[in-house]
Design a protein around this ligand. Structure first.
Ligand SMILES: [Zn+2]
Ligand SMILES: [Zn+2]
Length: 300
């Protein structure tokens, strides 16, 4: 695991540099500030802020960023080299398509993204990984803007209040026993009750538990017997760990694959990392979920 973490850290360092060198791509003009500012209200209604219509992606700048990103992947993600070369050929030769593909990812059109992967023989793991890192700087820029308008450290939600994704990982602070959820898509942290499943909202103590790998007690999978889902959870001393640098959560997420394997072997279900809560008000499932979540928050 140490070696694994080292490789990811190396990749992440160069990735940060890459984002930095294209910083102006991800400035305030890659999204509509007026709409995003208005969307802060959605967070107060337990929805999320980065709605589909906010994106304003420049075709050429996006293409340059993708070119740099693919070059980086070629050196640091060698296990995906076949897929990388394939996607390079498609995206770099078709600038309008590469813009549309970026927008599809930002708008969480997972069916389109996975169909594209399937049609081109790309693995689901690869396309998920590629999508997270391609969209990250755009989402992070918009998320930073939102966070300058609203304080989220004490916000309680099962999913990311900025971009709507389920948490990739969570943290448990030793000092205060706080459960801090982390979004690896936009680098956002928020709170959730410790004794509750973020996926189905149950608070039944008999249904909630955790599993560890022997000798690796720092990372656990918090499991739910009702919906069979689990959330990777890392023990940390206090939350200052999270705010020292960006992309902490993504490194922890990527370097804790062992616990995913253990959870899946025990028949727990991994929530696909690209999946989001759908807050379309006509969706009865989400209505029920939001009602349940809000009731539980009030009664707890
Ligand atoms: Zn997010
Ligand atoms: Zn559950």
């Amino acid at each position: 695991m140490k070696k694994e973490k080292f490789t990811f850290l190396n990749f992440i360092n160069f990735y940060q540099e890459l984002i930095g060198s294209y910083a102006k791509n991800f400035s305030d003009n890659s999204f509509n500030m007026k709409i995003v500012q208005k969307n802060v209200q959605l967070i107060k209604e337990y929805k999320y802020a980065l709605t589909d219509e906010i994106w304003n992606i420049d075709e050429e700048q996006n293409h340059k960023f993708i070119t740099g990103f693919i070059k980086l992947l070629k050196s640091y993600a060698k296990e995906y080299i076949k897929d990388i070369k394939y996607i390079e050929n498609i995206l770099l030769n078709n600038i309008p398509f590469s813009r549309q593909f970026t927008i599809d990812i930002l708008q969480n059109k997972h069916k389109i993204v996975f169909d594209f992967a399937k049609d081109n023989g790309l693995g689901n793991d690869f396309i998920s990984f590629f999508s997270i890192f391609l969209a990250y700087p755009y989402r992070e820029a918009a998320a930073s803007f939102v966070k300058s308008k609203i304080e989220l450290k004490n916000h309680v939600s099962g999913f990311c209040p900025i971009c709507g994704h389920w948490p990739g990982i969570s943290y448990l602070t030793e000092k205060e026993g706080k459960k801090i959820m982390a979004c690896i898509h936009c680098d956002t942290y928020w709170l959730f009750p410790r004794l509750k499943c973020s996926f189905c909202s149950t608070t039944d103590k008999n249904a909630l538990g955790y599993l560890n790998i022997e000798g690796k007690k720092k990372v656990s999978a918090y499991v739910c017997e009702i919906c069979r889902k689990y959330l990777k959870t890392v023990r940390i001393k206090d939350e200052s760990y999270l705010y020292t640098e960006k992309l902490h959560a993504i490194v922890d997420y990527l370097s804790s694959g062992d616990i995913d394997i253990a959870a899946i072997q025990n028949n727990y279900i991994q929530e696909p990392i690209l999946s989001t809560i759908n807050h379309d008000s006509n969706n009865s499932h989400i209505k029920l979920y939001l009602n349940k979540l809000q009731n539980k928050i009030v009664t707890n």
